[in-house]
Design a protein. Structure first.
Length: 69
């Protein structure tokens, strides 16, 4: 199968006056472009965790991972 995990920045959170963190939407799309699953992630560490969860859940169906900054 040709499913894709995609992440996009949806917001930037101000953690302190000198520090920010991106909020991501991470979702799985099937070969026809339909969204199958999705989750919010806060920062790159959480985005990586969510991506790994989707890989575990959908396994060999995942063909590509695209992280948009």
């Amino acid at each position: 199968m040709n499913w894709t995990i995609i992440s996009k920045v949806v917001d930037v959170a101000e953690i302190s006056p000198t520090d920010t963190q991106n909020e991501y939407i991470v979702y799985v799309k099937n070969e026809t472009g339909q969204n199958i699953d999705g989750a919010l992630a806060y920062g790159k560490t959480d985005r990586t965790k969510v991506t790994k969860q989707f890989i575990s859940k959908y396994g060999s169906r995942i063909d590509k991972i695209e992280h948009e900054e």
